[in-house]
Design a protein around this ligand. Structure first.
Ligand SMILES: [Zn+2]
Length: 99
């Protein structure tokens, strides 16, 4: 992983929590559909495409617990919307795979 330090502070603990959710929900969607190609290239394409379509949500890992409480989670972590986004990405990658 690239170096993410600034003024001696390690910034690698600041992550897009949508990434975790996309990984989780992608696993669910992909395991339910046997027809989708699951090679590394297609999985990476679906992952990147989904994340590009979603608004990122960066959170400091140090404050992750408290930040979660402050947000209206049902609005931000809309699992249905993320699942739809993943399904759209899957359709696009299946139509035009990079192989
Ligand atoms: Zn593939």
């Amino acid at each position: 992983m690239e170096d993410k330090t600034l003024f001696g502070y390690d910034l690698s603990g600041i992550n897009n929590i949508n990434e975790e959710l996309v990984v989780e929900l992608m696993g669910k969607v992909l395991s339910e559909d046997k027809a989708i190609c699951k090679c590394q290239l297609c999985i990476e394409d679906i992952f990147a495409l989904s994340l590009n379509k979603l608004k990122p949500l960066y959170v400091q890992s140090t404050f992750k617990e408290t930040t979660f409480k402050d947000y209206d989670l049902t609005k931000i972590l809309d699992r249905e919307k993320i699942t739809e986004t993943i399904q759209e990405a899957i359709k696009r990658v299946s139509r035009h795979p990079h192989h």
